[in-house]
Design a protein around this ligand. Structure first.
Ligand code: FE2
Length: 262
């Protein structure tokens, strides 16, 4: 699994009873968090996507209420193989998609909408858009992206997509870009243009794969890998919860490791 992960920039874990037990326990809390007024600000794309940032009220071990800690194969792999210092879990994002995703929004340009529709809004986490000009800066040093489906949906219901091997292209690009700078200076650089060029290079040279998964399964995406969310296919199906996935993205801990660690 380790070799596959570092070669392709992602891996999927098969049915895991420990993880299934965790998902069963947190699902009611995820549902009520998404319905709460505090989360309303995260609804996007004409109501077809609830971004649900930090929606899940879990603690640093992934426990919600008196439920189980987040355990199982994937979290064991992360703690054992990614070279991260011991870390606390962040509050999970609960990303929910509904039929028709993506609908255009007033707040996005026509070209941004086309990028969402045709190119899955492909991105590397932590490169934030800022100000009216929407220029991008490196702001967050995530250690990984762990995706945990909380409900069943068909494989074409807005799955996560990843460009295989893109993490090494991104790594080389950022190494060139930040050459001669210390990690505390990286965030000062406007990376908008070079980042666009890096994404183009990835799309021309890497294979795009969709990663559908069911409750009890999970997947890990390398922190530098280009990934996104496919549109909801016309024939896709899901229950009343839509396509609901919990994502954990704790900080790496050491900013330089974000770029240089395997
Ligand atoms: Fe992401």
């Amino acid at each position: 699994m380790r070799d596959v992960f570092f070669e392709k920039g992602w891996c999927r874990f098969p049915d895991d009873p420990v993880l299934l037990e965790w998902t069963r326990h947190v699902l009611p809390a995820a549902r009520s968090a998404l319905e709460s007024p505090e989360n309303a600000e995260w609804i996007r794309c004409g109501g077809t996507w609830n971004v649900g940032v930090n929606a899940l009220p879990n603690d640093a071990q992934g426990k919600v209420g008196d439920g189980p800690e987040l355990g199982g194969d994937a979290i064991g792999f992360i703690r054992g193989s990614l070279g991260m210092p011991p870390f606390d879990l962040d509050r999970a994002q609960v990303s929910v998609c509904y039929p028709g995703y993506p609908q255009p929004m007033d707040t996005e340009t026509p070209s941004a909408y086309q990028f969402r529709l045709k190119k899955d809004a492909a991105h590397v986490d932590g490169l934030r858009r800022e100000g009216p000009s929407g220029h991008r800066f490196l702001r967050e040093f995530h250690g990984f992206v762990l995706g945990i489906p909380l409900v069943s949906a068909s494989a074409d219901a807005a799955p996560l997509v990843v460009w295989e091997g893109s993490h090494e292209i991104m790594r080389e690009g950022f190494k060139r870009l930040f050459d001669g700078m210390t990690p505390d200076q990286w965030g000062n650089m406007d990376i908008t243009k070079p980042y666009q060029a890096m994404r183009r290079q990835v799309m021309e040279s890497c294979k795009r794969v969709a990663i559908p998964a069911s409750p009890g399964q999970s997947y890990i995406v390398h922190r530098l890998a280009l990934h996104g969310m496919a549109p909801w296919a016309e024939q896709a199906t899901a229950g009343p919860d839509g396509r609901m996935i919990a994502y954990f993205r704790p900080d790496f801990g050491v900013p330089s490791d974000w770029l240089f660690a395997p």
